[in-house]
Design a protein around this ligand. Structure first.
Ligand code: HEC
Ligand code: HEC
Length: 215
């Protein structure tokens, strides 16, 4: 029993400072928030202290090796806006570093979200939500997405969603739509207060958006 307690305590001690490793070595924290408690600094890149809730590990790894543009207009910080032209291209990492960085990022979590339905949408339901995405809720005015012909379209003031299905975790997407304040205090996206069924369908719709469907 005593050994078990000691083992458990050691486990806690070793797992506690999840971001005191390669993320720190590579100075990722100079632009990204990596710790929940770091609320004072103004960062020039998106928050990563909940990366383990938000991203799919394989996408993270590929992004770090071969970074792509997600926010075509630039990154919105508080209090200002950094246009894309002010930003240097994102640094790329070797495969070995990317593996280590992605692993550490996946360990940064702030919440456990309620799991969503993973069943694919029927064709009819997908068309209905796509209509709502564009017309009823106007998501398309701020987010790039794919039209039925597989062409990229939409506004650029929010992050691109053309690859949401490979990039984001379904549970996180649902949580973001339900309670964005969990993840960011000052957000620019409206809170739609969707009915649970609509929320579930929107999440499943966003998960169908994948880069390989671009034509
Ligand atoms: C000079 C500032 C800077 C540094 C240093 C930096 N980043 Fe970034 N990072 C950014 C910006 C700005 C973006 C947003 C790019 C976009 O949206 O197109 C970004 C995006 C990301 C994303 C995607 C996040 C999202 O929400 O889409 C990840 C993951 C990431 N960076 C990881 C890292 C890691 C790991 C390191 C350290 C090896 C690092 N970054 C170093 C500025 C930086
Ligand atoms: C007025 C512009 C605007 C509208 C309309 C809007 N969003 Fe957003 N959305 C944003 C911005 C900006 C962000 C980035 C976070 C922030 O700054 O609040 C975001 C973030 C997101 C994210 C997280 C993406 C990421 O990589 O961090 C998802 C998912 C999302 N929006 C889905 C939607 C859906 C679904 C709708 C419609 C129901 C919608 N948005 C409507 C502006 C908008």
């Amino acid at each position: 029993m005593k050994t078990l307690t000691t083992l458990l305590l050691c486990g806690l001690l070793f797992s506690a400072p999840a971001n005191a490793g390669v993320l720190e070595d590579k100075n990722c924290g100079s632009c990204h928030r990596l710790k929940v408690e770091d609320t004072e600094t103004i960062f020039t890149g998106p928050d990563l202290h909940y990366a383990g809730n938000k991203f799919q590990p394989e996408w993270l790894k590929q992004f770090l090796i071969n970074p792509e543009v997600i926010r075509p207009a630039g990154f919105v910080t508080d209090p200002g806006f950094l246009p894309k032209t002010d930003l240097p291209p994102h640094a790329s990492s070797s495969e070995e570093d990317a593996n280590a960085l992605a692993k550490e990022l996946m360990g940064l979590k702030i919440s456990t979200s309620t799991p969503v339905t993973s069943e694919p949408l029927t064709k009819g339901l997908r068309a209905k939500i796509k209509y709502q995405f564009e017309r009823t809720f106007g998501c398309i005015s701020c987010h790039q997405s794919l039209n039925l012909a597989g062409k990229v379209r939409g506004g650029i003031s929010g992050p691109s969603l053309v690859n949401a299905g490979n990039r984001l975790q379904a549970d996180w997407v649902s949580d973001w739509l339900k309670a964005p304040e969990t993840y960011t205090a000052k957000r620019r996206m409206p809170n739609y207060k969707m009915e649970p069924a609509t929320l579930d369908q929107f999440t499943r719709f966003l998960m169908t958006l994948k880069k390989e469907n671009i034509k």
